[in-house]
Design a binder for this molecule. Structure first.
Ligand code: SF4
Length: 429
């Protein structure tokens, strides 16, 4: 960890990561990767997501999108009927017909993702071949790619990973010998704009983003690309970028003041930014964010929090909750533990933290009930039953929908955890 960081606790990081990690391999309670469409379709403004799935898949994305007030119809489901599943029709012909119809009706679509689901995988519908075939018909006007959002053995944020990984082969080569920074992972536009201003002030730029806001501005990549992950769930995307010669900058994730500072610092160091410049650019933001966090620390300090494995954001969140808000971590579950990508985060967790990778939901619920934490961070499926048992919950999916990265969002992130406790206190009165 970088020793230059000032005004935050990074320099106090331990070298050892918490160990041992409990591993569970039982029943899971998670959404599938189709959920990622809800935020990806807002981010890439000329993209369309066509799920090739069942009525269940259609219901899932419609109800997940219903969480958002301004959802636009840039996703749909090509519903497979029983005769498709029984192999009585040629699903490829049907798919070609639907895509042709869709592109004729929606000339604004420049990038079409065919999104696989459990049913399309069960009947082994080869969407990569379909994407190739359809690309020949519709390129260069429309680029057609595919990825899987299937829920078999996955968790919901893997949908974004699969989507971004499918974009990597379409990225143009970087035509410069100068190092260039690429930020990888969906960020709300407002957060992206803040980071652009910050990188500009540091003298790092132009910075590119994956996913881009528009498919016509795909970032270029090559051996001079240095990339920062903005999200902790992008293992496949990172591997695909590294296969193209890009280098990942190791850093914690930009959640909270400490995470944001260390994340920016990783880029600053890689691009030779002087320490004095770094401090003078970041200090006012840091000071403001620390002040904004103070009132939430008063509310949350000493409260006990239990994080079920769901979004893959759990480890950076646990670091933020324990180090910046003084919350006590009862258990921190994560669906997968990518030790390399999370190395800088793991160093910042309390050494005695109870970490769990994977899930056996019944056992985990037993531990949660026995511990009676003040706050439970979990998926929608567990939240209602736990609330009915008198526990206070926070939906982890909200953390992916809400702008939470960066200095200016640090207090908003804290508020997401304080709000359910305040609500519960009011209900009790
Ligand atoms: S992809 Fe699978 S898990 Fe997801 S909604 Fe469709 S059937 Fe359900």
């Amino acid at each position: 960890m970088n020793a230059h960081v000032q005004g935050c606790a990074v320099s106090a990081a331990k070298e050892a990561a918490p160990d041992p990690v409990r591993r569970e391999n039982g029943q899971r309670e998670v959404f599938c990767g189709l959920t990622g469409i809800v935020w990806l379709h807002r981010k890439i403004q000329d993209a369309f997501f066509l799920v090739v799935g069942s009525r269940t898949c259609a219901h899932l994305i419609q109800s997940a999108a219903g969480v958002m007030i301004f959802a636009e119809p840039r996703f749909a489901t090509a519903i497979m009927e029983e005769k498709d599943l029984a192999g009585l029709t040629d699903a490829n012909d049907e798919l070609d017909r639907i895509v042709t119809q869709l592109i004729a009706r929606r000339p604004d679509i420049r990038l079409l993702f065919l999104v696989g689901s459990c049913p399309s995988e069960v009947i082994k519908l080869d969407l990569s071949r379909a994407a190739l075939r359809l690309s020949q018909t519709f390129s260069p006007g429309v680029r057609i790619l595919n990825y899987s959002g299937s829920g078999i053995e996955t968790t919901f944020t893997q949908g974004e990973d699969a989507c971004l990984a499918s974009l990597v082969p379409a990225l143009p080569p970087l035509g410069t010998s100068e190092d260039q920074l690429l930020v990888v992972g969906s960020l709300a536009d407002v957060v992206e704009d803040q980071f652009v201003r910050m990188f500009d002030a540091l003298g790092i730029g132009p910075v590119q983003f994956l996913p881009p806001r528009n498919s016509t501005s795909l970032p270029a990549i090559g051996p001079n690309t240095k990339f920062l992950l903005a999200q902790p769930f992008l293992a496949d995307t990172a591997r695909a970028l590294e296969d193209c010669g890009a280098t990942r900058l190791s850093a914690p994730f930009p959640l909270g003041v400490e995470g944001t500072t260390a994340w920016l610092r990783a880029a600053a160091d890689a691009f030779g930014v002087k320490n004095a410049t770094f401090v003078s650019v970041t200090q006012p933001y840091r000071a403001r964010a620390v002040r904004a966090l103070a009132r939430y620390r008063d509310e949350l300090a000493g409260r006990r929090v239990f994080l079920f494995p769901d979004s893959q954001l759990e480890i950076p969140l646990a670091r933020f909750l324990s180090r910046e808000l003084s919350m006590n971590l009862v258990e921190v579950g994560t669906p997968y533990l990518h030790r390399e990508h999370l190395a800088e985060e793991l160093k910042l967790l309390p050494i005695e933290v109870a970490l769990t990778e994977g899930q056996d939901v019944d056992l985990q619920l037993d531990r949660c009930r026995a511990a009676r934490p003040d706050l439970v961070v979990c998926g929608l499926g567990l939240a209602n039953p736990l609330e009915a048992e008198g526990m206070t919950t926070k939906w982890s999916i909200e953390l992916v929908f809400t702008p939470v990265q960066g200095y200016e969002q640090a207090a908003d992130l804290a508020e997401l955890f304080a709000r359910p406790l305040v609500r519960r206190a009011k209900l009790v009165i």
